[in-house]
Design a protein around this ligand. Structure first.
Ligand code: 2P0
Length: 314
């Protein structure tokens, strides 16, 4: 086994995955459509070890979180040894910027490629899913679909399909850690009376999102992505106890986006399992949006992203 490094970028859901169809296999109850965020990077290096050990930045990770993943990787490779992985993100970890998507995508590919095995990308997507369902998407670049109940994601379009698209990640709270997504998803399914409606509505809006991406129609995509995001947060809010990832700063960014749209600037917000706000826009409007955010919310950092590549060897 040779030391192998991989680079991956997080997968931002435009149509959100929230809820598991089958918790043991980690398959999603809702379909999701995502864009891989060029500009944000996870780098992971893997070597053979007696026991599985993962560190992210300087933090050793709890082994329970990786058990099912490594079991699946060993079953696939037909090996018995462990893996030592060292991973670094150049963006905030566990703060709702989908670091687990790029983390498990890079880890799955690094473990397999280090073993000199070259399966099809769809097989790597399946292995990544065992770690995090969103990681099944992050294996691919560009625009990606993870169908409901699926074991692997598929690429819809490469990044070159829509090079003018931008995603501005507004960091409303540094170092934020909310409820872990696994617990939050299980709790939503068990305790939110709107869960079934959420799953049904995700299936209904999927064709509109697919069309908007195919047509590179930002207004239509922004509208349907915002709907998916709001409905996901609504089903969580209705849970008991409630789950709320939004902070006052998140809402302030949403208000700036609404104001901008009122002035004819295309700025569409989407939020994941954390307080950060991602704003979908075109490069031609990026300056106006950054200026408005800088004037109204000068303390907030903005990271720029665009449709990026899938997992690559480094
Ligand atoms: C997504 N999120 O589609 C949704 C939207 C967060 C909000 O996928 O339990 O770490 O590891 O499969 O992929 C984050 O959850 O969940 C996520 P697991 P994951 O991007």
């Amino acid at each position: 086994l040779s030391p192998t490094g991989c680079r991956a970028s997080p997968s931002l859901a435009l149509i959100k995955y929230w809820g598991k169809r089958d918790a043991r296999n980690n398959t999603p109850a809702t379909p999701s459509v995502a864009v891989t965020l060029g500009g944000l990077t996870t780098q992971t290096h893997v070597t053979l070890a007696e026991q599985d050990r993962v560190t992210v930045g300087d933090d050793p990770q709890p082994s329970a979180r990786y058990e099912a993943f490594f079991r699946g990787v060993r079953a696939f490779l037909g090996c018995r040894h462990g893996f030592q992985a060292v991973s670094r993100n150049d963006f905030p970890t566990s703060a709702g910027l989908a670091s687990s998507s790029s983390g498990f995508a890079a880890l799955a590919c690094a473990c397999v490629w280090a073993s000199d095995v070259e399966p099809p990308m769809s097989r790597l997507s399946e292995l990544a899913r065992l770690g995090s369902a969103s990681a099944a998407r992050a294996v691919w670049g560009g625009f990606v679909l993870l169908p409901r109940g699926a074991r692997a994601a598929v690429q819809l379009w490469p990044p070159e399909h829509w090079p003018e698209l931008r995603i501005l990640a507004v960091i409303t709270r540094e170092g934020a850690k909310g409820t872990p997504t696994r617990d939050a998803m299980a709790s939503t399914r068990a305790h939110s009376p709107y869960y079934r409606a959420w799953v049904r509505s995700s299936r209904r809006i999927l064709p509109e999102a697919l069309r908007a991406v195919a047509d590179r129609d930002l207004e239509r995509l922004g509208e349907v992505a915002r709907t998916s995001s709001n409905r996901m947060h609504a089903v969580m809010l209705a849970s008991r106890p409630p789950l709320r990832y939004w902070t006052p700063e998140s809402v302030a960014v949403m208000d700036v986006c609404a104001e901008l749209r009122g002035r004819g600037v295309g700025a569409w917000e989407t939020l994941d399992a954390g307080p950060q706000v991602k704003v979908l826009c075109l490069e031609t409007d990026r300056g106006a949006i950054e200026t408005a955010l800088g004037e109204r919310l000068p303390a907030l950092r903005v990271l720029r992203a665009w449709p990026g590549a899938g997992v690559q060897r480094v």
